[in-house]
Design a protein around this ligand. Sequence first.
Ligand code: ATP
Ligand code: MG
Length: 312
Amino acid sequence: FAINMNQLQLEDELGRGAYGTVKKVLHKPTNVAMAMKEIRLELDETKLNAIIMELDILHRASHPSIVEFYGAFFIESCVYYCMEYMDAGSLDKLYGAGVPEHVLARIVGSMVRGLKFLKDELQIIHRDVKPTNVLVNRKGEIKLCDFGVSGQLEKSLAKTNIGCQSYMAPERIKGESQNSLTTYTVSSDVWSLGLATLEIALGRYPYPPETYSNVFAQLTAIVHGDPPELPEVGEDGKPGYSSEARQWVAGCLVKRPEERWSYKELLDHSFLVNDAHRDVDMRGWVAHALAWRESDLAQQREAAASAETNGH
Ligand code: ATP
Ligand code: MG
């Protein structure tokens, strides 16, 4: 069945990205909570229709590690895209000072299975693997969203800025000046997966702004520097990472794309094989992460309020 705006009751805003806003909505006929992404595009009706048609293959993207797609429609020059609402939000807002190794393995295992499914079953390369596109719910499930299904949509998104945190593989950064279409292969996603894994583990983007004061310095480090790695010894008293975890991340962050590990190699490595035999309380971790986030937000509000009373 097709979804349209009249069936939706708009609720809270969930977040904003470079291309639009995501709102929580209630689909009244079915009483299902959904997340609706609004993407503003200056396109004619034919192109908008082409995008809606291309998005349709998402109805086949049914997998435990992929956010469910409910439908898309357009009004004037906006595309509205309705997907499963994930009630704990995206990982960037949950990882705090970093997640413990067992939770990390569970999260990245789910990411690899989702990516492998997209590639093997739908011939889709994700193209935008990063913590904001990894969603979590209170049941402890981890699912990917925002993968590149629609060529027309990709072309229409105005790439005005590359942002201050790049998850692009070295070959893509180099290839930007040439033909980026030929340089993007599935192994570019594996690099982004490696960087995202590091960020989730450490609680910060692996090329920190303190060291790389501008985007150019950061991109230069990605292309010419040694790849970042998981520390063997943890910072300020925290435990370090096992050699399995470190090897696995290094397998993602091989600079030559041909030598980077495949999804099969990543899944068959002991870091993820061991995870399958372990009990990990993901539900408990999510509850804990949400509570941490609540108190962090409260602190920020307090600081803002006191700054105001002090006349700033
Ligand atoms: P970018 O624009 O660079 O891709 P982004 O991924 O953060 O960044 P959006 O995809 O527009 O931007 O999403 C904005 C925010 O909305 C996300 O960071 C996430 O926290 C939230 N969000 C997106 N989809 C959902 C969903 N299905 N359920 C719950 N929250 C969501
Ligand atoms: Mg996103």
